[in-house]
Design a protein around this ligand. Structure first.
Ligand code: PMP
Length: 342
């Protein structure tokens, strides 16, 4: 038995019970571990969907060029699909993203253009503007626009949602998910709420993003926006993929708490996940008093830790940002010195 190509391995990722970090929570907490996708993230699901819909609508033709603003994960999914289907890829990204992420994209044949992080989305230097401009200039190109392309949330409505429903035999009571473009949380929640409108959907955001305030007040408040180091979620605008009516609550997490929790997930649960998985579980821990014994919580863990080895999994990087407390860092260093003496 074999598969016809790598794209056939997308989806059907495992749901894994968390046992240690969540031991004081009365509910059962499961993680949908989407780093098992071939591009090591959940974004493979929407990448292939955006391409399939564009092909069907005649927006992407043979030999065409796929253009996208991506922090890496969407790019990886698109690049894999482009290899198999014979398209070229050009990605714009920000100078905040891990170098590892960009090198991986180049390894699978994509061209990567690095743009400044701290400019407004409408600034001609922003990674949104550059992608839009390239799409106009390059013939036979297709700008995926994961933010406003509803094939993004459709992918999760058609795959992530049904998988979670089946894997929990319809017993899920809470969905917890970090929110960036909004595709994952909205698409998954749309499906699950159709099945059972009582399921609670908690979107996890980061301080420095305006999504939480927008959810709570309807106001797009740029005063909320400031640079943050968490990767993959939070936004400085509200993408079209959101349907806020399927989300029950937004919860914000600090850069430090998300990073520390990701390291705990790796050490205590053996799941080597990305930054946003830490933020997702941290968000749940902040809301744990709302859970009861019979609740069945599903947290979505978007990607793999290998892309963050130079960041949250690096003690020096954590120290420099005040994320690792100096005493425990000194203990580690002293421990090493002592073990060398021995
Ligand atoms: N975490 C990571 C690592 C991601 O790459 C993304 C996608 N930007 C998200 C969380 C948020 O998912 P979404 O864009 O579907 O809201």
């Amino acid at each position: 038995m074999w598969l016809n190509n790598i794209l056939e391995t997308i989806g059907n990722t495992p749901l894994i019970k968390l046992n240690k970090i969540t031991k004081d929570i009365p509910a059962t907490v499961l993680a949908k571990v989407d780093y098992f996708n071939p591009g090591n993230s959940i974004k493979d699901r929407m990448a292939i969907k955006m391409i399939e819909v564009a092909e069907k609508e005649g927006k992407l033709k043979p030999g065409g060029t796929i253009i996208e603003c991506t922090s890496g994960n969407t790019g990886m999914g698109l690049a894999l699909a482009a290899c198999v289907k014979g398209y070229k890829c050009i990605f714009t990204t920000t100078d905040k993203q891990s170098k590892e992420k960009m090198d991986i994209l180049k390894a699978v044949g994509a061209e990567v253009i690095v743009c400044p992080t701290n400019v407004e989305p409408d600034d001609p230097r922003s990674y949104y503007s550059i992608a839009r401009r390239l799409a106009k200039e390059i013939p036979n190109s297709f700008h995926c626009n994961q933010y406003d392309n509803l094939a993004n949330r459709l992918a999760h409505y058609e795959s992530t949602g049904p998988e979670i429903w089946e894997q929990t035999e319809g017993k899920i009571t809470h969905l917890v998910c970090t929110a960036g473009t909004g595709g994952t949380v909205t698409g998954t929640a749309m499906y699950l709420k159709e099945k059972n409108p009582n399921i609670q959907v908690w979107a996890i955001d980061v301080y420095g993003s305006l999504l939480t305030k927008f959810f709570n007040t309807g106001e797009v408040d740029m005063n909320e926006v400031h640079p943050y180091v968490s990767e993959g979620f939070g936004e400085d605008f509200v993408p079209d993929n959101y349907d806020m009516s399927v989300i029950d609550r937004f919860e914000q997490v600090t850069d430090k708490d998300g990073a520390v929790m990701a390291r705990r997930i790796a050490k205590e649960e053996g799941l080597f996940c990305g930054y946003s998985a830490g933020s997702c579980l941290q968000g749940l821990m902040q809301l744990k008093d709302k859970l009861k014994k019979d609740d069945l919580v599903v947290c979505i863990f978007h990607d793999h830790g290998s892309r963050y080895v130079g960041k949250i999994y690096n003690d020096q990087w954590m120290m420099e940002r005040g994320f690792l407390d100096v005493k425990s860092f000194k203990d580690i260093v002293n421990g090493r010195k002592n073990s060398q003496k021995l």
